[in-house]
Design a protein around this ligand. Structure first.
Ligand SMILES: [Zn+2]
Length: 446
């Protein structure tokens, strides 16, 4: 069974004091040129070792950084070759979006933790050009970074400079020396997660697509508190009471933070009961752009706890040796999960109740969304569609059994033939088969 070192990616904003975002932009453009050049030479049939040395010699990044960027580009091509029988798309020879600058700690970038808790950074944007300043981020990520510096079991690894959501960010990896996390390729149980403002829904499914169990942990107080704090802050902004606003913001953060830690412990505890699980979240990056979610809730209200909760769950899970993964969030709330139906319409969902307008299928809407997360994940493993470049570097070899209980005639057959209808209460779609959640638990009462 494969496993990998426990690695966490910590995301920080950059407060730039010396140099500028334009310097980082130049670095990312150069990274893109390196990446495109690597692909061009590969298409011409060049030997990879030769490609690497030529491209690295001509690059305007420090040697180590150039090598990492070429390795990343070649890794994408290799992933394609490993998976082309499954219709993986070949990496585009020429991309026109930015490419991240990938750096080793102590070489392409360096972090300096200060006694007052701040962390300064120094990034070599291109050869001879340095951008310096201070990291900005959530307390969890700062805690993990400090641990990486102070605990000899941990080390600070590579980092990527990326431009996301209109700002420059640094994604830093920290790795534990000995702790191992199971490979998601060996997963026997796929746990879909649907995070909401007031609850988190989990569904555990087997590789053949049957539902093993499901649960919803509710935290209504987080939602109430956030609304309350949100209103308070708005009032203060109007009155221009910025000092008070900061106090309210800190209180809100601490309260929500505390609740989310409790919730994440419950989640990991529940997931641990299954054999070889992998936890699958919706990809937040996609979620932000998704129409489905844009209307589902106020994005300002949801942005913070979603990312924080995902991070806490995946971190705690990793300590239990459990891997996490992400799936496309598209239509998870609107789509009917029944194979034969898959009708997608906003009106299918009425708050906590999902009722398919076409076939009448009913379920708890969040639990159903978690099932759709797993379906999307299965779809991505099948790679029937050409994956986007962002997903290419991740090698996925998980396979659903070729013929599940439903005969496996189509991509969702196995899942729902034995999934929501697992008790055989109703196999007739027209009867509006429904299965209630096994458990609705309140995770945070205070
Ligand atoms: Zn339906």
């Amino acid at each position: 069974m494969q496993s990998s070192k426990l690695t966490q990616t910590l995301s920080f904003g950059l407060d730039i004091h010396t140099g500028s975002g334009d310097d980082l932009l130049t670095g990312c453009l150069e990274a893109r040129r390196i990446r495109n050049e690597t692909n061009r030479l590969d298409r011409q049939g060049g030997e990879w070792d030769a490609i690497k040395s030529v491209v690295v010699d001509n690059a305007n990044h420090v040697k180590n950084t150039s090598q990492l960027i070429v390795d990343k580009a070649l890794g994408e091509i290799e992933t394609y070759h490993d998976n082309k029988d499954d219709d993986w798309g070949r990496p585009d020879p020429y991309i026109d979006e930015l490419y991240p600058v990938l750096m080793n700690h102590g070489e392409g970038y360096r972090l300096f933790p200060e006694d007052d808790g701040t962390v300064r950074f120094r990034i070599t944007a291109t050869r001879g050009t340095h951008v310096k300043g201070e990291l900005r981020g959530c307390s969890d990520h700062f805690d993990q970074l400090r641990t990486a510096f102070n605990d000899e079991e941990w080390r600070v690894g590579t980092a990527e400079v990326v431009h996301k959501h209109n700002e420059w960010r640094l994604h830093v990896t920290v790795t534990h020396a000995t702790h191992r996390v199971a490979s998601k390729n060996d997963a026997d149980t796929i746990v879909g997660v649907d995070v909401n403002e007031d609850c988190i829904a989990l569904v555990a499914m087997s590789q053949s697509g049957s539902v093993k169990d499901s649960v919803v942990f509710e935290y209504p107080s987080v939602k109430e508190q956030r609304h309350e704090f949100f209103t308070k802050r708005k009032r203060m902004q109007k009155a221009e009471q910025t000092a008070f606003e900061t106090v309210v913001q800190t209180k809100e953060r601490d309260y929500v933070h505390d609740c989310l830690h409790k919730v994440s412990r419950k989640v990991v505890g529940w997931v641990s009961q299954f054999r070889d699980p992998v936890i699958v979240f919706e990809d937040l990056k996609d979620m932000r752009d998704s129409i489905d979610y844009g209307t589902r809730m106020n994005r300002r209200l949801h942005s913070l706890p979603f990312a924080a909760l995902q991070n806490m769950v995946s971190y705690k899970a990793a300590w239990e040796g459990i891997p996490s993964d992400k799936a496309n969030p598209e239509y998870t709330s609107q789509r009917c999960p029944r194979t034969e139906c898959q009708h997608t319409e906003q009106a299918n969902r009425q708050k906590k109740r999902f009722k398919c307008k076409r076939c009448g299928f009913q379920d708890h809407s969040d639990r159903k969304a978690a099932v759709c997360v797993v379906q999307n994940w299965f779809d991505e493993q099948e790679t029937e569609n050409v994956p986007s470049l962002e997903t290419l570097p991740r090698v996925r070899k998980v396979r659903r059994a070729a013929s599940g209980p439903g005969g496996g005639t189509d991509s969702h057959g196995a899942i729902f033939a034995s999934g929501v209808h697992r008790h055989g209460t109703s196999a007739q779609p027209s009867q509006g088969a429904r299965e209630e959640l096994k458990t609705v638990a309140s995770a945070v009462q205070d």
